[in-house]
Write a protein that binds this ligand. Structure first.
Ligand code: BG6
Length: 462
């Protein structure tokens, strides 16, 4: 039998915008706005208005999560729900009451709240007024909002996170057009990456001041999607391409968050290309002084790359992928619905990388899971027989356990997700939940994986 450490957290992750629905929100985020303008850009024309109705259903949903063995839930506060006036930071009383109720309900049901402050949901007003994450002013507004959260909920929340997958903000908003404003602007994406690291450090600084003043034992971290890049071959050019891809995709956030500085080699490459971010010595010191206590790692798939087919020296607009091409390894195991390779061994590699190169910082798997479309095809006797999901989670846990045995300081596993949720442009195309949501009736029922996870969680292994 595989046994996990005694204090291991068996959790699930979701986010405010993907679960709550936008009922009674005083402000719109970029997805609310985009859906209002162009609903056809979303799969089946389904937007974020109702999501999985958590705003109205949380009192029923949370006990159901407990039934699926979930002992910790990571969700996010929506900036656009909690803050009424985005310029002054005035709190919306209904928003504060809602999150107070959710946090209390989680605790009453024996579920530890892990609260994240930003999950892709930029208030659209801050984009329109200031250019969103291109603006350093927005990094200060974010720190103000974060501080409000610590003040309002810090008496009960012990695990805080500044961002979910900051890298995806660049990909979606500035490179590959799957988040509003759908820009293609490589150099702007570099500045946004810097500003997101700065915003995280500023929020951590406020947290530490709040923590000292309140004698709290809470911790703060960030959540990064790590996709270490494997080279297509041992050819030095493939190896070089993979090195750049890992620095750009992972280390640009991992290094400042844990080590307090940007990867030198990446900075050099960006500088040579004339696209390096604007920084000041004071900001770099602030980043150095405010690293995380804990790291959340979202892991779904590895990255495989080869040397670019066109030399980076060619005349072309600067984009990060002028330095590498994606490589489709023949015979790879795929989740074809999502288009992601399944390769659990990477989770072991990540564990060892954190152990050896990132101070063996305490970390946990903050998302891992399998999105499958048309899950009704697997329905039998009213239950989704999702053995593919059970196998996926099982195989990843085996690799994670191997990493822990090798000394990596991992203390939890959070499946994405508890209840099927709305997923941005893909809406409800891919289902990830341990609990099925019939979105037409908002009826929620455990899948086979929900029953299985409950047993793993109560046995602390399998
Ligand atoms: C993760 C995000 O990377 O992927 C989630 O943090 C998202 O917010 C999940 O829902 C799955 O994405 P998709 O597009 O397959 O539903």
């Amino acid at each position: 039998m595989i046994k996990f450490p005694d204090d291991f957290a068996w959790g699930a992750a979701t986010s405010g915008p993907q679960s709550e629905g936008n009922f009674h929100k005083p402000n719109q985020n970029v997805f609310d706005y985009w859906f209002e303008k162009k609903p056809d850009d979303f799969y089946d024309g389904v937007g974020p208005d109702e999501a999985s109705n958590f705003y109205n259903d949380y009192q029923k949903d949370i006990p159901l999560m407990a039934k699926a063995g979930i002992k910790a839930l990571r969700t996010s506060i929506q900036w656009t729900r909690l803050i009424k006036n985005l310029d002054t930071g005035e709190v919306d009383p209904d928003g504060a009451e809602f999150y107070n109720n959710v946090i209390n309900c989680l605790i009453e049901n024996g579920i530890e709240p892990y609260i994240n402050l930003f999950h892709f949901d930029l208030p659209v007003q801050l984009y329109q007024e200031f250019g969103g994450w291109e603006s350093k002013h927005v990094t200060d507004l974010f720190a103000d909002y974060a501080e409000k959260c610590f003040e309002l909920f810090g008496d009960r929340v012990k695990n805080w996170f500044t961002f979910n997958e900051p890298k995806v903000i660049l990909d979606g908003e500035y490179l590959y057009q799957f988040h509003y404003p759908l820009k293609v602007d490589g150099p702007a994406s570099v500045q946004v990456a810097y500003n997101l690291n700065l915003a995280s450090a500023k929020a951590i600084k406020r947290f530490r001041a709040w923590k000292a003043a309140n004698n709290s034992d809470a911790k703060i971290g960030t959540i990064l999607n790590l996709t270490p890049a494997y080279p297509a071959s041992n050819d030095p050019e493939d190896v070089k391409a993979a090195k750049f891809a890992t620095m750009w995709d992972d280390n640009m956030f991992l290094d400042p968050a844990v080590l307090g500085h940007f990867p030198e080699e990446l900075v050099q490459i960006l500088d040579n290309a004339g696209v390096l971010f604007q920084s000041t010595p004071e900001e770099l010191k602030l980043i150095a002084d405010n690293t995380v206590d804990v790291l959340g790692v979202n892991f779904y798939h590895p990255e495989r790359v080869k040397r670019p087919s066109v030399s980076p020296k060619s005349l072309q607009d600067w984009m990060p992928d002028i330095y590498f091409d994606n490589y489709e390894m023949p015979g790879r195991v795929m989740n074809v619905d999502k288009g992601w390779e399944i390769y659990p061994q990477t989770l072991y590699d990540i564990a060892i990388n954190i152990r050896d190169n990132y101070k063996n910082i305490p970390w946990f798997v903050s998302e891992n899971g399998m999105g499958v479309s048309r899950e009704e095809r697997f329905m039998k006797d009213g239950v989704i027989q999702d053995d593919y999901r059970i196998n996926f989670i099982h195989d990843h846990l085996v690799q994670l356990h191997k990493g822990i045995e090798a000394g990596s300081n991992c203390h939890g596993y959070f499946v994405w997700t508890a209840i099927d949720c709305w997923s941005w442009k893909n809406a409800y195309r891919n289902r990830y939940g341990l609990i099925r949501d019939d979105i037409h009736t908002q009826t929620k029922t455990l899948k086979k994986s929900g029953h299985w996870y409950a047993k793993v969680s109560s046995d602390n292994g399998f």
